[in-house]
Design a protein around this ligand. Structure first.
Ligand code: GCV
Length: 828
């Protein structure tokens, strides 16, 4: 929510104011059944209730979430591995037909060079286990890449860097197969060798971005073939191969195929032209507009590589609170320079367009979609952009929301506004992504109902090249929300999913919260619009409602910081977003596993501990920030620390008290038929489940119900007892995360180890801050004492209300609360 920013910046009141190919999944590849650990760190997968919001880990009563290793049995992430796997190793992560990792013993490293995190998951360190190293040295000696353009060159460069790094031996380039050990890459068009292989006949089914990685015989030699229909597919296949090798998989098991399920997989940058980043916690914008187009930072290519490695194929360069200047000729030249860097990596550029630009830039008297002059202005602007950038992706628009201009200013609908821009880009093959995050200045009875109320009636009225982009939940990227009711509710319109990768409401740069379980929870949520199985993933990939146009967006968390994302673990959220955008059926745990292996170490001691702490981290954060379905009780504007008491902002729905509705009776927002009836926006089975105290998960209880302080919950505890329990559990779980991290000390370089340790320290104290501030406030309504078995609140409510942190909203911390011992909060 942007209200305070709006007030501060004076923006309020501006006059104008499928791509349905799928990866062939090996058995269990959805991960639905394979994600629970013995310690109860199960992900949402397989645990959703009818309405898709429950999470086994979210019962808040699971004790130490980090105690035991994740189960060894997991599915492959993102590609099928078609080998039989007979004789495959059982170490690491097993999958049908193969294994990630190795059973070899990993040596405890003597000393490891410090790392900054700048290399992300593309580090390619030399394999430290002798058996696998010898295998790789034999299997990968040279790369055969006969022809092709810039994307083939990018694939070749990546393979050369990756294979040379992993083997510790320079891997050479050759025009022909020189013996065993060749990696032959190409399309049937660019490579006669690929064209001659039997696998070539399988390629057409994989679509433009799909790939195959197979062992093959060429002139009596055993080679690894990376084959695809396009050069971009070859690049994706090369990254898939390197991912398998960087996770120390056995060469004999290699047989990969993959294709994207969602056609447009975008990052949305909320980057301003002055270099600031709205909700960015990783430094300033990557885009150095002042130096463009003449100077190209090497980071642009590094950014493109990282995105391509996880399948992201589009980037919206500027903030949805858009500056009109981005549409000027000077900026189009800068955007073109970036597009030229990104193109070899399969990444298209898009721009956030300001709806009032025809007035502000064009000098017209109106931006009315029905005005012929306005239509011409947009058509001319699109022609100008496409002349410079022939593969420009299109426009993203935030309209009539939080002070942004839009068609409603002219009494036109969102559909009329979207179609105006859609017609301008249609001839060029462009698309328009129109956001449903609307936020009017007139308070309704329930703010979360607004998007559905405005957009549902417009279904069928959008042009064919328009997608409506919907946030995962109906409020605003909270640590947990139910899925947005617009998913499935607009069958005639392609609906894109917007996830937030930057952790605006989840501890920003410091708190460790792996978002894979959050993404998995929403993707697997069952809208039931066409009966059971109508998951958000199937709405978004277009298969449920038969759309060929599909898209997913993640609000980017990258910036100028050397480690890209403000913290080492925030890199995992960029990674998992891309991997799930490519395959929304991937399990969060599988992705965490492969990320840890590539980013830190394949040593099972590291993988087991770190994956477990990642998998529990989001639920721990929910527990210490907003348990039991509470939402939006954080501080005004910065959204970092607790402030459930705020009640003085001018619009009612800007205030935390509007959302939690604490009173002498109880806590929570009644959205049942007796209350705002927001449940009626869901399919009837889902709405009935949400509206029923017997079927709603405790995890979402207070989002939909006002519950009396003394009412018993599923756990047998009263609401007050459960609230205290979950807040305390969340704090102590961060303590367990610190303990788990301490055990990998000698197995990770000292620099990254220390930096993560420091942030966990901050998180632990700030979790206790959240607990004590929120409970001391809610106790003023419940009038109940702390139950036995829980630590007393460290300070009176007035202390928390008097705090004035964070001083820096871009690198927020609250050192005033770093006193005493945060744990135990729940007494042993
Ligand atoms: C880009 C929330 C954020 C705003 C953001 C807005 C949106 O309200 O706090 O910073 O504005 O969402 O998604 O448009």
């Amino acid at each position: 929510m942007r209200f305070a920013t709006l007030v501060l910046t004076g923006l309020v009141g501006l006059a104008l104011s499928s791509a349905c190919s799928s990866d062939k999944q090996s058995a269990g590849a959805s991960g639905a059944a394979g994600t629970s650990s013995a310690a109860g760190t199960s992900s949402a997968a397989g645990t959703s209730n009818a309405a898709g919001t429950s999470n086994a880990a979210g019962d808040g009563s699971g004790g130490n979430l980090l105690g035991a290793a994740g189960g060894p049995s997991q599915s492959l992430g993102g590609e099928s591995n078609g080998s039989s796997g007979a004789g495959g190793e059982s170490g690491g992560t097993t999958a049908s037909g193969g294994a990630i990792g190795s059973t070899e013993t990993y040596p405890v490293p003597g000393s490891l060079p410090d790392e900054t995190g700048a290399d992300l998951w593309l580090r390619y360190p030399k394999v430290p286990i002798p058996g696998r190293l010898a295998e790789y040295k034999t299997a990968f000696t040279h790369i055969v890449s006969t022809a092709g353009g810039a994307s083939t060159q990018a694939a070749t460069d990546e393979l050369r860097q990756g294979l040379s790094g992993l083997t510790g031996t320079p891997v050479t380039l050759a025009a022909t197969v020189q013996g065993d050990g060749a990696v032959v890459i190409g399309t049937p068009t660019t490579s006669p060798v690929i064209a001659g292989l039997p696998l070539a006949s399988e390629l057409p089914a994989l679509g433009p971005e799909g790939y195959l990685v197979r062992s093959a015989q060429v002139q009596g030699r055993t080679v690894i073939a990376v084959a695809a229909n396009t050069e971009i597919g070859v690049l994706y296949g090369s990254f898939a191969l390197l991912r398998r090798l960087a996770t120390h998989s056995k060469v004999a098991d290699l047989s990969l195929s993959g294709s994207a399920k969602i056609k447009n997989r975008l990052l949305n940058h909320w980057d301003n032209l002055d270099g600031s980043v709205e909700r960015g916690y990783a430094g300033s914008s990557l885009w150095n507009w002042a130096a463009l187009p003449g100077t190209l930072s090497p980071r642009y290519k590094a950014y493109a590589r990282a995105n391509a490695s996880i399948g992201i194929n589009g980037t919206v360069l500027n903030n949805v609170n858009s500056d009109k200047q981005i549409l000027t000729a000077a900026y189009i030249a800068k955007v073109k320079a970036l597009a030229d860097v990104f193109r070899p990596y399969g990444i298209k550029v898009y721009l956030s367009a300001r709806f009032s630009a025809p007035v502000e830039l064009g000098g017209l008297s109106s931006a009315d979609p029905a005005d012929a002059g306005v239509q011409k202005w947009w058509a001319d602007k699109a022609d100008e952009i496409y002349a410079a950038i022939p593969d420009f992706g299109g426009f993203l628009v935030k309209a009539n929301s939080e002070g942004q201009p839009g068609p409603q200013t002219y009494k036109r609908t969102h559909a009329e506004g979207a179609n105006l821009l859609a017609k301008a880009v249609a001839a060029h093959g462009g698309i328009v992504i129109w956001r449903a995050f609307v936020y009017s200045t007139v308070a309704g009875s329930d703010r979360i109902k607004q998007a559905y109320d405005e957009f549902k009636p417009l279904d069928g009225l959008f042009d064919k090249n328009v997608l409506v982009q919907v946030k995962n939940g109906p409020l605003d990227f909270q640590p947990r929300e139910p899925f947005h009711p617009l998913f499935g509710a607009m069958p005639k319109t392609p609906v894109a999913l917007e996830l937030q990768v930057t952790k605006e409401y989840l501890g920003e740069d410091t708190h460790l919260a792996y978002l894979g379980p959050l993404y998995e929870e929403v993707l697997k949520a069952d809208t039931q619009v066409n009966g059971p199985g109508s998951t958000v993933a199937r709405v978004v990939d277009g298969t449920l409602q038969k759309h060929t146009l599909s898209a997913i967006s993640g609000v980017a968390n990258v910036g100028s910081d050397l480690n890209w994302t403000g913290s080492h673990f925030n890199q995992a959220n960029w990674y998992v977003y891309g991997r799930m955008a490519w395959d929304p059926d991937l399990s969060a745990k599988v992705v965490a596993d492969e990320w840890v292996r590539q980013t830190f170490s394949n040593d099972p001691e590291v993988v087991t501990k770190v994956v477990a702490l990642m998998m529990s981290s989001r639920q721990s954060l929910v527990n210490y920030m907003e348990p039991l379905g509470l939402v939006h009780i954080m501080g005004t504007d910065h959204h970092y620390g607790p402030a459930p008491w705020v009640s003085n902002l001018s619009q009612p729905e800007w205030n935390p008290v509007y959302y939690h509705k604490a009173d002498a009776v109880g806590l929570g927002f009644d959205r049942t038929a007796r209350g705002s009836n927001a449940v009626s926006q869901y399919a009837s089975a889902v709405g009935a489940s949400f509206g029923n105290r017997a079927s709603i998960s405790d995890d979402s209880l207070l989002f939909f119900h006002h519950v009396a302080w003394g009412d018993k919950l599923d756990t047998g505890k009263t609401l007050w007892e459960e609230l205290v329990h979950r807040y305390s559990l969340g704090v102590d779980d961060v303590g367990h995360m610190r303990d788990a991290w301490a055990t990998v000390n000698s197995r990770i370089d000292a620099k990254r180890f220390a930096e993560v340790s420091d942030f966990l320290h901050i998180q632990h104290y700030e979790a206790r801050w959240w607990r004590d501030a929120c409970l001391s406030y809610f106790a003023t309504f419940s009038k109940l004492p702390m139950p036995a078995g829980y630590a007393a609140l460290a300070h009176p409510l007035s202390f928390y209300q008097g705090l004035s942190c964070p001083a820096d909203a871009k690198k927020p911390r609250c050192s005033q609360v770093y006193t005493g011992d945060p744990s135990p909060a729940g007494l042993p």
